[in-house]
Design a protein. Structure first.
Length: 375
């Protein structure tokens, strides 16, 4: 039996054909070497389930392998549109993503996924400027692309795609209206670092970070995960105590975060460990997701509305050369598994710096957005 382990949670031909073909290649090589085929081909997936891969025999597999070899020696590369998510962690990013940005490839726009980019390419549309030449909002909304086995319309995304194309061609943001954030003389920036479900048997937050900015500016506060069986619960309660100190001083202060992640996990932890003093309920009423407010107020000439992309656009600079969510998770796992107390502290300090700069970046973006959308 041949088995491989992958982080991917979905193992199928549509999303990860390379994983399936890799297992088939292992099986074919085994059969060529030892004679009989392997008893089974299996993938241990990121959702902790075993997925059996159907083997291809003889000529059938050689046909699949030949198609890969033909692609490698072809005069032109096969079409594989770039995408922000899939390209950021790729070691070949400089080969594909950067040239795509330089030539204004239509696939770099937010809301233009791989399927839509392929559909545009079929119509001879490869660069951003061709979108406004070929479409208005109504005609792009009616444009159909393949999604799975169905043809679906672009629909409501049409207006946003064309606005992004306009902003990209102008090299400047388009102001749609004021930033609709509750006014206050101070704000709390709020950011969590967590283990995803596939990295742990219980998806959990290993650092609860927040910091006051504005008139009541203060030092960052980071509640790191306690070790042990009850560590997750103890960390949650310490965070609630720390949050209560801020809210008792100013019950109306907004807690600003980027994307729904923070709201989702506050709710999950209430369900998991409760809210004995009512602090989490007060916190939930104070949470403000800055991401949709930014999207409603501005169209930015950037390929993604991730915090990292937006902060770079507004000119925020970090002190760490390497950072990011995956980096933070890897550092945390390394720290937990280290038996060297000094090394563990160094790694956790790096995570705290990363979290602190996430908070500072969110504040920098908020200030820039308020200035950019001011009447």
């Amino acid at each position: 039996m041949i088995r491989d382990a992958k982080l991917s949670r979905r193992i199928n031909e549509d999303e990860h054909p390379e994983i399936i073909q890799s297992l088939r290649l292992y099986g074919w090589l085994y059969e060529q070497t030892f004679g009989p085929p392997p008893a089974a081909l299996e993938v241990f997936a990121g959702n902790l389930k075993l997925v059996e891969i159907e083997a291809e025999r003889g000529d059938q597999f050689l046909h699949s392998l030949t198609s890969v070899l033909e692609a490698k020696v072809a005069a032109e590369e096969p079409l594989s549109p770039v995408g922000w998510s899939k390209c950021q962690g790729c070691g070949f990013r400089t080969r594909c993503w950067i040239p795509a940005v330089e030539r204004n490839d239509v696939a770099i726009l937010p809301d233009v996924d791989v399927g839509l980019a392929c559909a545009f390419r079929d119509q001879g549309i490869t660069v951003i400027s061709e979108l406004s030449d070929r479409f208005n909002i109504a005609s792009l909304a009616e444009f159909r692309r393949l999604q799975g086995e169905r043809l679906v319309k672009v629909g409501k995304k049409a207006e946003r795609i064309l606005l992004h194309a306009e902003a990209w061609e102008r090299h400047e943001p388009l102001v749609l209206g004021p930033l609709a954030i509750p006014w206050h003389d101070s704000y709390v920036m709020f950011d969590l670092e967590g283990l995803p479900p596939f990295a742990d048997d219980l998806d959990r937050i290993y650092l609860w970070g927040f910091q006051l900015f504005g008139a009541q500016a203060g030092a960052p506060h980071a509640v790191a995960a306690y070790p042990g069986e009850d560590g997750d619960r103890e960390t949650w309660y310490e965070f609630l105590d720390a949050a209560a100190l801020v809210m008792n001083e100013d019950s109306d202060i907004p807690w600003v975060h980027w994307s729904p992640y923070e709201r989702t996990y506050v709710r999950k932890y209430v369900e998991r460990f409760g809210d004995p003093t009512g602090v989490a309920a007060r916190l939930q009423e104070s949470l403000v997701d800055l991401l949709p407010l930014v999207k409603d107020a501005l169209v930015l000439p950037i390929p993604s509305y991730s915090l990292k992309a937006v902060e770079e656009y507004v000119g925020f600079e970090r002190s760490q050369d390497t950072f990011g969510g995956d980096w933070s998770i890897a550092r945390y796992i390394e720290a937990v598994e280290s038996e060297d107390e000094e090394e563990r502290k160094r790694l956790l300090d790096e995570i705290c710096i990363y979290n602190r700069e996430d908070l500072e970046a969110t504040w920098a973006v908020l200030q820039w957005m308020l200035a950019a959308t001011a009447p």
